[in-house]
Design a protein around this ligand. Structure first.
Ligand code: PLP
Length: 370
């Protein structure tokens, strides 16, 4: 079976994890600052706060932005659920708007139209690593006095047309390090924010840096990232350039192998100077194709795949809590109904890519004939 994702872990990861194990400092030790500093330097930002997951990072970022109960935050329905959940955690309301059919990121025109008197923030997601049009959202935010928090959890290595790295524009931005991401700490995330002191405190039960262990000056959480995880992060960052290049190479092989498959839409190529940081390889099946049957048939041929991503507003919780239903965001719903993620990881060989392409061809042509 060719799996969907597979981390690259080697001697350097073992070495640094072992260093932490032998030091006995498993949390809040020196590896935490080492990872944060290395990440900030890699991205080109002044500082960063490592946290236990991307979701935890998003939660702390919207809190640091000043989110309050009853606020509306305009965001995309075509994302992993945590970019909307982090708003709901604070009893605020995610207000969805439709996406751009090429990039699959939030459509700035639709976002502007969704802004109301109650809107206090915008939360774009760089989906599948393709840069969202944050410059356009920044103009809307400046006009309407809104904050911007970027979900960059899928976008390590992406770059905007103006040359800035995704996540390094000065907005708060969050990256994630689950095992399928571009770099991994097993579980983990990092927040790029000017509010580092507040975020560092809230990830650690609301303790200020100069306070004793059991004094708390604000409400906090346990969103700490262990030093073992940070050790993985330091090792992975050292090879981030290679990992990203390898992903881009696999994407290019897919592009060639799938070019002749009629009716299948491939991830959009970079355009206008924006550059994708390759995270997943997601294709859209022809309209009317049976996606579940396609996934099952691929599995029978030794190829793992999955629907990716379902639209957030149509999930049971969001339907029940906010009254959403089909038809609200036609582009997002169409894409969500047709997209599947194919196996995609740095060490994928040309032979494996060819096997996936061949299986897909057999399956899609067979179902279109039947
Ligand atoms: C991975 C991811 C997250 C964070 O996920 P965690 O599992 O909490 O680290 C958030 N948003 C998007 C779009 C993601 O892909």
């Amino acid at each position: 079976m060719i799996p969907l994702a597979k981390p690259v872990l080697g001697q350097r990861e073992e070495e640094l994890v072992l260093e932490v194990l032998r030091s006995g400092r498993l949390s809040l030790g020196p590896m935490l600052a080492r990872f944060e500093e290395a990440f900030a330097e890699w991205l080109g930002v002044p500082k960063a706060s490592a946290v236990s997951s991307g979701t935890a990072g998003l939660h702390l970022a919207v809190r640091a932005a000043g989110i309050e109960a009853g606020d509306e935050v305009v965001t995309t329905p075509f994302s992993f659920v945590s970019s909307a959940n982090c708003i709901v955690y604070e009893r605020a309301k995610p207000v969805f708007c439709d996406i751009d059919p090429r990039t699959l990121d939030i459509d700035p025109g639709a976002a502007a139209a969704a802004v109301s008197e109650r809107t206090t923030g915008l939360l774009p997601v760089h989906i599948f690593g393709y840069p969202a049009d944050v410059p356009a959202l920044e103009r809307i935010a400046a006009e309407r006095g809104l904050w911007v928090v970027e979900d960059a959890c899928e976008a390590l290595g992406a770059r905007h047309a103006d040359g800035k790295a995704v996540g390094a524009r000065g907005n708060q931005a969050v990256f994630a390090f689950y095992a399928n991401k571009q770099i991994t700490t097993g579980e983990g995330g990092i927040v790029v924010s000017e509010h580092k002191a507040r975020i560092d405190s809230e990830r650690n039960q609301g303790r200020a840096a100069d306070m004793g262990w059991l004094d708390h000056d604000r409400l906090g959480f346990n969103y700490r990232l262990s030093d073992l995880a940070c050790a993985l992060g330091v090792a992975q960052l050292e090879r981030a350039g290679d990992l990203l290049a390898a992903r881009a190479h696999v994407a290019a092989m897919y592009g060639q192998a799938l070019a002749e498959l009629e009716g299948i839409e491939l991830p959009c190529p970079d355009q206008g100077g924006d550059r994708r940081g390759w995270f997943v390889y997601v294709i859209q099946l022809p309209r009317g194709a049976d996606r579940d049957a396609t996934i099952e048939a691929l599995r029978e041929r030794g190829v793992d795949s999955k629907p990716y991503l379902p639209a957030i507003h149509l999930m049971s919780f969001y339907r029940e809590r906010f009254g959403h239903r089909e038809g609200e965001f036609p582009v997002a719903e169409d894409v969500a109904a047709r997209s599947i993620a194919l196996p995609f990881f740095p060490q994928m060989t040309e032979g494996e890519v060819a096997r996936v392409a061949e299986a897909l061809e057999q399956v899609v042509y067979a179902s279109s004939r039947s």
